[in-house]
Structures are given as structure tokens and as C-alpha cells.
Design a binder for this molecule. Structure first.
Ligand code: UD1
Ligand code: MG
Length: 465
């Protein structure tokens, strides 16, 4: 067996001051550890990926179950060295191991492959992935024998943690990413020599560099120019920096595919979203989760679209919220529409301002342009729902459906009490409360007859008191 990947994800993340374990915090719409697993799964099969879990193990396991990776339990978290030691029974049969950190989410498949190839080419016992940071504070530093000659690979002497740096080492710019390749046999031959003689009293995996050098094994470093790939997310601020970077990369990838994104630094687009060419995304738009947007659409500012599919040429006007719904080609939504889960808006249909839909289907060309609630309803093609129409779908106990046929005209301010069926081509008079089914092509009125009292107002005004 050739290569396994171990992902360390058992730590608590004390610096986050959060109840949620660090590796389950999200950037770019996905948890940190899911990003790492996604990159690793392009290098080896999921069954050759071992995730070390411990703190909130059940939650981390649940988040990753769908990926098919294996889990190793580190009951007590006694440091990164201890985390790897825990995996020995599972992984000692592999020739080489790549170790990734569950909290370094921007690592890419390409970089893991480069690390693997360099490690094998160098026939090293340990290869450390490094980067040079303008501000390396907080990271372990890679100390090389020939620091001025980075092209000389076999020259790592040690990795020194921030707290153990000597004053003259504090500005050393080359950081340890916490990402390594090991020859498995050399790693486990010496891992028992790790000590807890350090600031945290933990077993540091970083100490392996010095131990292997002492044992005359080859320890090398591979520097990456893309510093974001190795940045750890240890605090909320660091996470938000990576989130911004990841979303900017997503926006750039979409722009390269022909999508126009105005002020991309203001958009929030999850890694999972797809958008067709010639679609325009205005500033301050959020596209989240499993969202697919066709081509030629326009998504106007302050709209939030989540887990939804939009066909081609859809216009979403300002401030609309669309969740878990389908919007067909050429439909117009908004401004300020709330399209709630399980809505299906037909081709060319309009859902206008302050209209809320839920679990409802609007046929092709149907219109609900102003101030309506359409819940648990079926609306036929080309039907017009007048301003202020409400489907009364809830009787205090259960939800009921309203079925409205095609080419129906529902007058403004109608109250449609479900369960109710209104057949094709009928008219509902404005201001009606409709409680009984309406046959095709009929007119239904359900309101009090108007009374007019001549001169009533004039008399009222002339009264003494
Ligand atoms: C570690 C490195 C540091 C490096 C930095 C890069 C050590 C001692 N230091 O520091 O040199 O610059 O990463 O980001 O390794 N974990 C476990 N079990 C444990 C402890 C930690 O699985 O017992 C996991 C954590 O969940 C985390 C990863 O290991 O995903 C790294 O641990 P963390 O505490 O973040 O290490 P750093 O202090 O960032
Ligand atoms: Mg860390």
C-alpha cells in the first residue's frame, strides 16, 4: 500500500472561544475540515484518508460521514505528535503518509500532489510544507542549515514553535504549515522519542524534524508561494480573512467563465454554487449552498439565494430572498420577494414586491405582483393574483391547499380560505372572502353589498355636537 492521508482534527480550538469545535467552523460555506477532505479526496481514495477526531468527535464524524473517510479516535488530545501516534495501528502498513491539518482549509490538491512528488523524489523521511510570511508570528518556524539557499532541500535542522523561539529567531520568516509528508517506517520508528518538554506540555509533531535529523534521516522543506494555502484558522479573525480570500477566488473563477460580478469583494458566493455565462451579479449579493443559476440572469443587489435553481434569463430584483426553490426561465422575482422552500415559479412568471410564496407552484406567465401570501397553493398558467391576495392555508391546526386554475383573475385583496379550488377562467371579485369552490368561467363575489346614504356626511358635519 502506497500512500495514506491523515487529517488532524481532534483539537478543541481554545483560541476561538467557541462552543463549536474549530474544524467545524465554516468558511466559503463549508466547514474547515470538509475543505481539507475535499482536497485530499482528489489525491487518494476516501478509504485511505484517516481523520483524527477527539473533541466533539460525534459532531465531526457526522459532518464527514458522507465523504466515506475513516476515523481514528484520539481520546485525550495530548498534541499533534500524539494525534499521529494514535493512528499507528491503522496506517503503519502504508509506505508514505501525508499529514494535513484540519484547520488549514485552503490547501489544494495540486499542492498535496507537489508535496508527495517532491518527498518521493528527495527520498526524504520527512518533508515539511513551508511558506514565507510577512508576519510569521504565532507559527512554528523552520530552521534551515543554509537559510540563504532555499534551493538546497536537505537542510532542515528543526521546527521551533513560536513560544520557544530565541530572540534572534523571532523574525525567521519561513513558517511550518503543519502539513507534512513522512516515510511511515521512519516516522513510527522515532515517534516514541517525542517529549513533552515544551510550553504546553504536549507531544509536538514538529519535534520529529529534530529527532529524524539526529537519527541521520533526510528532512527537507518545500516552500509554496501561495501563502493562503498554508494559513491556519485559529481565531475568528483569521477565519474571516480566509473566508474573504476563498470567496474572492470563487468570484474570480466565475468571472473567468463569463459571469459579470460588480464589486466582487462585496459578494458572498459559496464554493458549491454554479453560475452560467452572461449572468450579471450586482454588489452585495449572496449565493449560497447548492445553488445553480443559468445564463443571462441578473441578480440585483441585496438578494440572498440559497439551495435554489434558476433557469436562464431570470431577473431577481433587489432585496429578494429565495430558498430551496426552482425558478424557471425568464421569470422575474422582486424587488423584496420572499420565495420560501418548495416554491416553483414557472417560465416567465412574475413574483413582485412584498410577495411571499411557500410550497406553491406558479404556472408559466402567472403573476402575483404585489403584497401577497401564496402558501400551499397551485396557481395555473397566466393567472393573475391581485394585490394583497392571501391564501388562508392554516386553520390553527392543519395546513390546507388552494388550487387555482389557468387564466383566473383574482381581484385585489381577496382572501382565499383553504381547502379551496378555483377553476380555469373564473373571476374573483376584489375584496372577496372565498370559502367555497368556484366553477370554471364563473364570477365569485364574497363581500358585503355597498350601501350609499346621500348627504349623510354633510348632515353629520352640521350637527351641533
Ligand atoms: C501547529 C504547529 C505549528 C504550525 C501550525 C500551522 C505543532 C506543535 N505546531 O500549531 O508549528 O506552524 O500548526 O498551522 O504541531 N490536533 C489534534 N490533536 C491534538 C492537537 C491538535 O488532532 O492533540 C489537531 C487540531 O485539531 C488542528 C491541528 O491538529 O486541526 C493543529 O493543531 P493546532 O492546535 O491548531 O496547532 P497550532 O498551534 O496551529
Ligand atoms: Mg492551528
Amino acid at each position: 500500500m502506497q500512500l495514506a492521508i491523515v487529517i488532524m482534527a481532534a483539537g478543541k480550538g481554545t483560541r476561538l472561544k467557541s462552543r463549536r469545535p474549530k474544524v467545524l467552523h465554516q468558511i466559503g460555506g463549508r466547514s474547515l475540515v470538509e475543505h481539507v477532505v475535499a482536497a485530499a479526496a482528489q489525491v487518494v481514495e476516501p478509504k485511505d484518508i484517516y481523520v483524527v477526531i477527539g473533541h466533539e468527535a460525534a459532531a465531526v464524524r457526522a459532518a464527514l460521514q458522507h465523504t466515506g473517510v475513516r476515523f481514528v479516535m484520539q481520546g485525550e488530545q495530548r498534541g499533534t505528535g500524539h494525534a499521529i501516534q494514535t493512528t499507528k495501528p491503522e496506517v503503519e502498513g502504508y509506505e508514505n503518509l501525508i499529514v494535513l491539518s484540519g484547520d488549514a482549509p485552503m490547501i489544494t490538491t495540486e499542492t498535496i500532489l507537489r508535496l508527495r512528488d517532491f518527498h518521493l523524489e528527495q527520498q526524504a523521511a520527512m518533508t515539511v510544507l513551508t511558506a514565507r510570511l510577512a508576519d510569521p508570528t504565532g507559527y512554528g518556524r523552520v530552521i534551515r542549515k543554509n537559510a540563504d539557499k532555499p534551493e538546497m532541500a536537505a537542510d532542515v535542522i528543526a521546527i521551533v514553535e513560536q513560544k520557544a523561539l530565541k530572540p534572534e529567531q523571532r523574525s525567521a520568516p519561513e513558517i511550518n504549515s503543519g502539513i507534512y509528508a513522512f516515510r511511515t517506517e521512519a516516522l513510527f520508528k522515532h515517534i516514541g522519542e517525542l517529549s513533552t518538554d515544551n510550553a504546553h506540555g504536549e507531544y509536538y509533531l514538529t519535534q520529529m524534524a529534530a529527532l529524524l535529523v539526529k537519527a541521520k534521516e533526510r528532512v527537507v522543506a518545500l516552500e509554496t508561494a501561495d501563502v493562503h494555502q498554508v494559513l491556519g484558522a485559529n481565531t475568528i479573525a483569521e477565519m474571516m480573512e480566509l473566508d474573504a480570500e476563498m470567496r474572492m477566488r470563487k468570484a474570480q473563477a466565475l468571472m473567468a467563465e463569463g459571469v459579470t460580478i460588480f464589486r466582487p469583494e462585496t459578494s458572498v458566493i459559496d464554493s458549491t454554487v454554479t453560475v452560467g455565462a452572461d449572468t450579471v451579479v450586482e454588489p452585495f449579493v449572496q449565493l449560497l449552498g447548492q445553488t445553480t443559476i443559468g445564463s443571462g440572469c441578473r441578480i440585483r443587489s441585496y438578494s440572498v439565494i440559497e439551495d435554489s435553481t434558476l433557469g436562464d434569463d431570470v431577473v431577481v430584483r433587489n432585496g429578494s430572498i429565495i430558498t430551496s426553490s426552482l425558478i424557471a426561465k425568464g421569470a422575474v422575482i422582486g424587488p423584496y420577494s420572499h420565495v420560501r422552500p418548495e416554491s416553483e415559479i414557472g417560465e416567465g412568471a412574475h413574483v413582485g414586491n412584498f410577495v411571499e410564496t411557500k410550497k406553491s407552484r406558479l404556472g408559466a406567465g402567472a403573476k402575483a405582483n404585489h403584497l401577497s401570501y401564496i402558501g400551499d397553493a397551485e396557481v395555473g398558467a397566466a393567472t393573475n393574483i391581485g394585490a394583497g391576495t392571501i391564501t388562508c392555508n392554516y386553520d390553527g391546526k392543519a395546513k390546507h391547499r388552494t388550487t387555482i386554475g389557468a387564466n383566473v383573475f383574482v381581484g385585489s385583496d381577496s382572501t382565499l380560505v383553504a381547502p379551496l379550488a378555483i377553476a380555469d377562467g373564473s373571476y374573483i371579485a376584489a375584496g372577496s372572502t372565498i370559502t367555497e369552490d368556484v366553477p370554471a368561467d364563473a364570477l365569485a363575489l364574497g363581500r358585503a353589498r355597498q350601501t350609499v346614504k346621500p348627504d349623510w356626511a354633510k348632515k353629520m358635519r352640521s350637527r351641533k355636537n
